[in-house]
Ligand binder design. Structure first.
Ligand SMILES: Nc1ncnc2c1ncn2[C@@H]1O[C@H](COP(=O)(O)OP(=O)(O)O)[C@@H](O)[C@H]1O
Ligand SMILES: [Mg+2]
Length: 452
């Protein structure tokens, strides 16, 4: 092991050593069997001094209870040891290399389905790119993925990466261009602009009173009464009833409150979200399949309703084990589950429910947002793995540091300076936050489609 210095000052959480060899910020060093990371280096007339923060030890349940001895030798940490102490998995979801090393960073797929993940950063810093990397890995493992894609940027998962600069980088990361044309299915509601996608319809048969109430969150008690009567009547008259039958039943009501309810039901019908020829959930969540719900061109309030209804159905069917465990990616999550006081969304409740209960049933959430401060805190706080890219907005930084375990003020400084494509990854199963160079995409990144 290469000796790099000697301890001059120490506490139970960090130490300063005088460097006798070339050391750099973020290098991992070892004192006996204790791993630490250099966070600051100072040059003084007496020499170069590095400040290192203790991470952990190979010994199980080790806790440092007295400062490391002054004069102890400091060594460069061997990659194998650093990897072990940091808790980087040997296999799983390959996201990139530990910065400035050849150590491949894997996240455990179990952790991603039984726990949740969030990717937070300002716009343009590589969130969707990194999420694309994670989705590629899930596709390779055959684990079902559903992507709520407001910009239609994930359809490019079908095509191999042709970006010359990225192809040059691939060797270092051990990646090759590849498209997943057989696995990736694109769905879109009929009101969107995506004519090539498979039309997405929800089941219109026998909507229950509760289903309709979900669609009409602002219904008054009188309207609810009319609705209840209408559903009851439709049920009595037909084995299979549809939205039009309910509308007719409402029209027959004697109450004047129906006049406000009728246009609301007509509006729901006009959204064309429902049909008898609906898309079965088992076609959307399926082994080996990555389903993209392309919402480009869909009006925002319809997006919310669709996402809300779809996730409700998926959660229900997963609870009944009608579909396999899956990962649900929500891009621009601040739109679909906003923080209180930052707007309302029809999909908020179900996303919150999946965030708190999804794990039990094998539904993992992957939340992506450029406005961490505007995403429901209840949802972010349920995430166990965090991928943080460059963020500069003070409110967003505050929200990140507050919700990510292991991040402090000095990490916040680093987050502001991260280059594009470099992430801080924190949370399970890692002993401490790590810096990761996200690997090049095998597939084309959708954000680039416009440039071709
Ligand atoms: N890991 C990476 N490697 C190479 N280029 C990247 C990487 N991450 C991001 N980029 C580049 O940065 C651009 C913006 O990334 P994107 O993921 O679309 O940002 P965001 O979703 O955060 O707004 C991409 O078009 C891509 O060119
Ligand atoms: Mg994006």
């Amino acid at each position: 092991m290469e000796e790099v210095g000697e301890i001059k000052e120490s506490s139970t959480s960090s130490f300063v050593f005088k460097a006798t060899a070339d050391v750099r910020k973020l290098d991992y060093v070892l004192v006996e069997d204790i791993l630490a990371q250099i966070w600051e280096i100072k040059q003084q007339s007496q020499g170069t001094f590095a400040h290192a923060v203790v991470i952990g030890s190979l010994r199980k349940n080790y806790m440092i209870r007295s400062p490391l001895k002054i004069g102890s030798k400091v060594y460069k940490a061997e990659e194998k040891i650093a990897k072990k102490i940091l808790g980087i998995c040997e296999e799983g979801i390959y996201i990139g290399l530990l910065k400035d090393t050849e150590i491949k960073v894997h996240l455990s797929p179990d952790i991603l389905i039984q726990k949740h993940i969030c990717v937070l950063a300002k716009s343009g810093s590589g969130k969707s790119y990194a999420m694309g990397v994670i989705v590629e890995e899930f596709i390779k493992k055959g684990i079902p993925v559903l992507i709520i894609d407001p910009h239609g940027e994930y359809v490019s998962l079908r095509r191999p990466n042709l970006n010359k600069q990225e192809i040059k980088q691939m060797k270092k990361f051990g990646v090759k261009p590849k498209g997943y044309v057989k696995n990736v299915y694109e769905f879109a509601p009929i009101c969107s602009r995506n004519r090539e996608a498979i039309p997405l319809y929800l089941d219109e048969t026998n909507l229950s009173y509760q289903d309709l109430l979900n669609l009409l969150p602002n219904a008054t008690p009188l309207q609810k009464g009319i609705l209840y009567e209408a559903v009851k009547r439709a049920k009595e008259e037909k084995k299979f009833y549809f939205l039009n039958d309910i509308l007719e039943a409402i029209k027959e009501s004697k109450s004047n409150a129906k006049w406000n309810l009728i246009p609301q039901i007509e509006q729901i019908i006009s959204m064309k979200l429902f049909s008898i020829n609906y898309t079965p959930i088992r076609e959307i969540i399926k082994k080996g399949r990555c389903s993209i719900i392309n919402l480009r061109g869909t009006p925002p309030y319809i997006q919310e309703i669709l996402v809300g209804l779809l996730l409700n159905k998926i959660f229900e069917e997963r609870k009944n084990e009608e579909i396999p465990p899956a990962l649900i990616v929500i891009e621009e999550a601040h739109r679909y589950c906003p923080e209180r006081g930052q707007g309302k969304s029809f999909a908020s409740n179900i996303i919150r429910t999946i965030a708190s209960e999804g794990r039990k049933f094998g539904i993992g959430l992957a939340i992506v947002s450029q406005r961490p401060a505007r995403v429901d805190k209840n949802v972010i706080s349920q995430c166990n793995t965090h991928i943080i890219l460059k963020t500069t907005n003070p409110n967003d930084l505050k929200a990140i540091v507050a919700s990510v375990e292991g991040l402090d003020a000095k990490a916040a400084d680093e987050i502001q300076m991260l280059p594009v494509g470099v992430a801080i990854v924190a949370g399970l199963p890692l002993a401490a936050p790590i810096f990761v160079e996200i690997r090049p995409r095998e597939t084309m990144h959708g954000g680039e489609l416009g440039k071709i």
